[in-house]
Design a protein around this ligand. Structure first.
Ligand SMILES: Cc1cc2nc3c(=O)[nH]c(=O)nc-3n(C[C@H](O)[C@H](O)[C@H](O)COP(=O)(O)OP(=O)(O)OC[C@H]3O[C@@H](n4cnc5c(N)ncnc54)[C@H](O)[C@@H]3O)c2cc1C
Length: 408
């Protein structure tokens, strides 16, 4: 087990610098164009695939970094480049993690390569959980999966929303209800293979930020998938459901929700994205404050500006430390006894919103225009307090974990 240290080792520094180079040379120059176009930046994803950044191998390497810092470091650098493009590059990873976490070895080997495609023919994948009436309240999910024993198929019906890459994905991972009496314990995840009839894209959303990332509804009408598309397999599902039913019947103690533990481990990655955006805006603001003169001196000569920059940098560093702590805890198997994963996501996402707003203020009129990137960064930053659990939900999780009380 790796000792905790804030010193990156040589391999980590090399990866960080390589990613930073890609973010600076390829992502950042394309950011404004794809934000305006509001389209998936396929050529940039292809570039990322060519150099090996858009691949399962790359994520697996970062994921298995024994210090836990591989993923947060990668996210920070890519999102420093641009949040919308970076999400287009890492969005497939969300679906891939769904398969890695719940799938059999065969499912992992079959479906993950189809999620990424190859450098000459890149593909993306989507993870579809949220629904119009089931956002924060996942247990309110309505999409049903019914087993057809005669054909060994599952039949999926329902409407998913807010799916990153929804409808344009080669492979969709869909969470559906298999036993409505068990709340979120009665959910299961399914692969919907490429070209399956009955799956279609609904509305594509026009968004406030991360506009290069495709977000859409996914409509499922009598979608039939083979039995082997149930992640983890039927035997495991039946055992899990039987245990949950037994617990409900006996009115027994609630088991610790496995999904919550997974979220604690995955939320720091979103925190790291927020740190990347915040750092990008801070750097632009710092440069500007040193070069823009008013009243015969650089505006940073005023404490009113300099102190803002001092606070911005302090909060960004604090956010990164929370993110790194939580990532290290996840990798080294430390229990999240104070919801440290949620803490990191809460603090980093709120910091990104605040810091990007301050950056606009420091750039004055220029900050308010699309001639400078901080306006886009501020719009992008707004997503971090919403997806992967809103700030309010993070606070609920933290408060419940700390107090043991069912705070509403
Ligand atoms: C750009 C984008 C990409 C996304 N990508 C994906 C994806 O790939 N896959 C996927 O499945 N989902 C995705 N989502 C969905 C995202 O996770 C949800 O939007 C999020 O969980 C919030 O759900 P909601 O939008 O329904 O808000 P709601 O749950 O309706 O919340 C509305 C407001 O009420 C507050 N609220 C709700 N309950 C409580 C409570 N108990 N206490 C206090 N306040 C509360 C919330 O904090 C929020 O401020 C994406 C969303 C966006 C915007």
């Amino acid at each position: 087990m790796a000792e905790f240290t804030l010193d990156l080792n040589d391999d980590q520094k090399q990866v960080r610098d390589w990613l930073h180079g890609f973010a600076a040379d390829v992502i950042r120059p394309a950011a404004s164009e794809w934000d305006e176009r509001e389209e998936t930046p396929w050529p940039v994803i292809q570039e990322a695939a060519k150099v090996g950044i858009y691949s399962l191998d790359f994520y697996a390497q970062q994921f298995f970094d024994p210090t836990g810092l591989g993923i947060p470091m990668a996210m920070e650098e890519l999102f420093w480049g641009d949040a919308g493009i970076a999400l287009s590059i890492v969005g497939t990873g969300l679906a891939a993690v769904g398969v890695l976490a719940n799938g059999t070895e065969e499912q992992i080997g079959t479906w993950i390569p189809q999620m990424y495609g190859d450098a000459n023919d890149v593909k993306v994948a989507a993870f579809c959980s949220s629904e119009p009436d089931a956002g924060s309240d996942v247990a309110a999910m309505r999409t049903r999966a019914v087993y057809d024993e005669a054909t060994d198929e599952w039949v999926l019906d329902g409407t998913k929303t807010w799916a990153t890459n929804g409808g344009i994905a080669n492979v969709h991972v869909v969470v559906a209800v298999v036993d409505a009496g068990l709340g979120s314990k009665g959910h299961a995840s399914f692969i919907v293979p490429p070209g399956t009839p009955g799956l279609s894209q609904g509305q594509k959303f026009k968004k406030h930020g991360i506009r290069a990332s495709h977000t859409a509804e996914v409509v499922l009408e009598g979608v039939r998938v083979p039995g082997h598309c149930l992640l983890g397999g039927k035997e495991k599902l039946d055992e899990r459901l039987a245990r949950a039913r037994e617990r409900v019947k006996s009115g027994g103690e609630r088991v610790k929700n496995a999904a919550m533990a997974t979220f604690e481990a995955s939320r720091p990655a979103v925190g790291a994205m927020a740190v990347g955006t915040a750092r990008a805006a801070y750097e632009v603001a710092l440069d500007y404050a040193k070069t823009r003169s008013q009243f015969g001196r650089p505006i940073i000569d005023n404490q009113g500006i300099a102190f803002q920059l001092a606070d911005m940098r302090t909060q960004i560093d604090a956010a990164r430390l929370l993110v790194w702590r939580a990532s290290w805890m996840a990798t080294t198997g430390k229990p999240f006894t104070s919801a440290e994963g949620s803490m990191s996501k809460l603090y980093a996402s709120e910091t990104a919103k605040k810091v990007t707003a301050q950056a606009i203020q420091i750039l004055g009129g220029n900050g308010f225009t699309r001639e400078y990137p901080v306006e886009r960064m501020h719009r992008d930053a707004a997503i971090y307090t919403i997806f992967e659990g809103t700030s309010e939900i993070q606070r609920l999780v933290i408060a419940r974990t700390l107090s043991g009380m069912p705070i509403r």
